[in-house]
Ligand binder design. Structure first.
Ligand code: GDP
Ligand code: MG
Length: 218
């Protein structure tokens, strides 16, 4: 397993670097999806399910963490290309770090997921150069998170509400959560799923296929 260490870049130039990476990816027809959520919400589990289900799409994953290589090993075991990024203590990925990780991974892929550092705050503040921001909120975290961490909900194109198999055990009001999210971001697409049982995954997968096709057309 290859591990690269990256430090943060100057934030003032981040938007320019993000636009440059996005233009490169567009040229190559590669859709980069920035996956953001708190630690333990189910990012790696969701990505594993997507890799297993979307066999006809070449998927690669950049795993960003402060330490360890467990997530990249999990992804590689499924047969997808993966690289582990160590962020040098940083709680988010920026565009320069994402570009360096993408270049270090190499190869030609259809869909590249960036599993951002587990954190509901900082990752939302940095444009990584992705063509799509996907946020995950899991049922055990509670339906009040849109109220507490509004920026990430505003910045995301897709919201996956995961671990719906646990709805019976938590006081999580799905309708209330969705209306709180819609008040922040009326155009966000929302997918309640269980990555464990597969419930709801088909709609999310159809959406990702559509996003990839329109990324390549537009
Ligand atoms: N019940 C249930 N557990 C899940 C689901 N998705 C992930 N988990 C569990 O949540 C924990 C954290 O998942 P992981 O994918 O490592 O989260 P990450 O830190 O966001 O990458 C693990 O114990 C997973 O098995 C789900 O849909 N349902
Ligand atoms: Mg993970």
């Amino acid at each position: 397993m290859r591990i690269i260490k990256l430090g943060a870049s100057i934030t003032a130039s981040n938007d320019k670097d993000a636009a440059a990476l996005r233009a490169r990816l567009k040229e190559d027809g590669t859709l980069l999806v920035n996956v953001m959520s708190s630690a333990g919400s189910g990012k790696t589990t969701l990505l594993s399910r997507l890799i297993t289900d979307l066999q006809d799409i070449d998927i690669a994953v950049m795993e960003a963490d402060i330490e360890s290589d467990v997530d990249a090993k999990t992804i590689e075991a499924l047969g997808a290309a993966a690289i582990q990024v160590h962020t040098g203590g940083m709680c988010h990925m920026d565009a320069v770090m994402t570009t360096a990780a993408f270049d270090a991974m190499g190869g030609r892929h259809d869909l590249v997921f960036l599993e951002n550092v587990g954190n509901l705050i900082c990752p939302a503040e940095y444009d990584t150069g992705a063509g799509c921001n996907l946020m995950i909120l899991s049922v055990p975290e509670g339906d009040d998170k849109p109220l507490k961490y509004p920026l990430m909900f505003r910045e995301s194109d897709l919201l996956v509400i995961t671990k719906t198999d646990t709805l019976g055990y938590f006081d999580f009001d799905l309708d209330k959560c969705i209306s709180r999210v819609r008040a922040l971001n009326p155009i966000i697409e929302i997918f309640p799923v269980s990555a464990k049982t597969g419930d709801g995954m088909a709609a999310l997968e159809a959406c990702l296929r559509k996003k990839l096709a329109s990324w390549r057309e537009g």
